[in-house]
Design a protein around this ligand. Structure first.
Ligand code: APR
Length: 244
């Protein structure tokens, strides 16, 4: 790991991928850990367009609960360390998150792509407008833009739907020289394939996760432990090496 830190100062184009594990210590649930959301709900019912069509009340209620929890959550030391890295790193840095909470923004990260959408946005299926949204969405809630009732859904990407801004993400992966994956099980594509894309571009690849992810063997380096410990330590090393 020393040689990784020693080389750190030379990295110019960093891509960071984050997952639910980053927000776990802010009190927000992950999906596949013991007690995770997909151990309590059937994702076919909750996170697919078909599930939404079958039971919009169940799906809206699930996301209303998660929106309220996320609104009450605070960014943790890992979110704050990543925002510090972005502000102090002289080169390019893109944060791609699978998370739909707004804790990266609350910590100060600016260059951010929510590839799975955002809890705090609503999408109207009647007029295709997207609105910032803080409160509950009920099946009869009218769209503020077109007034139609019953056409609003959370602006989150469900299974079977195309994640957002993939062209920008692949362009960044194709030119990055450091790829850092944080708090994700590496079990859902296309995000799970990003490490291979970065490696193909010649980037150094690092996994920071509570435990080895499904894709751990694909990384050049791995550090395991809680994000609030592992991420700030990694960022400190990176910035200290750069400034030394
Ligand atoms: N610190 C660091 N990592 C953690 C922590 C923690 N405190 N707690 C859990 N983790 C790790 C787990 O070990 C696991 O590898 O975070 C990962 C969480 O994995 P998942 O629950 O599968 O979440 P994620 O990888 O973000 O899921 C990807 O699947 O259901 C879809 O759209 C959903 O965006 C989500 C996608």
């Amino acid at each position: 790991m020393l040689n990784l830190a020693a080389n750190m100062a030379s990295y110019q184009r960093i891509v960071i991928l984050t997952g639910a594990g980053l927000s776990a210590e802010s009190g927000l649930g992950t999906f596949r850990d013991a007690g995770g959301l997909w151990t309590k709900y059937d994702l076919e019912d909750i996170a697919t367009p078909e599930g939404f069509a079958r039971d919009p009340v169940l799906v809206q209620g699930f996301y209303n609960d998660r929106r309220a929890q996320a609104a009450a959550a605070e960014p943790n030391a890992a979110h704050l360390a990543l925002a510090r890295l972005e502000s102090e790193h002289a080169g390019a840095l893109l944060t791609v998150t699978q998370n739909i909470d707004c804790l990266h923004e609350a910590a100060g990260t600016k260059g951010l792509i929510h590839m799975h959408g955002e809890l705090f946005k609503a999408w109207c299926l009647a007029c295709d407008s997207r609105q910032a949204w803080q409160s509950d969405i009920a099946p009869e809630t009218p769209c503020p833009a077109c007034g139609k009732a019953g056409a609003l859904r959370p602006d989150v990407v469900w299974f079977g739907e195309m994640p957002y801004r993939m062209e920008e993400i692949y362009a960044a992966l194709g030119t990055c020289d450091l790829f850092i994956s944080i708090g994700t099980s590496g079990s859902v594509y296309p995000a799970a394939g990003f490490v291979a894309e970065a490696a193909r571009a010649g980037a150094r690849t690092v996994e920071l996760n509570l435990e080895p992810s499904d894709g751990a063997s694909l990384f050049d380096d791995t550090r395991h432990g809680p994000a609030t410990q592992v991420v700030p330590a990694f960022v400190d090393e990176l910035l200290k090496t750069k400034n030394s």
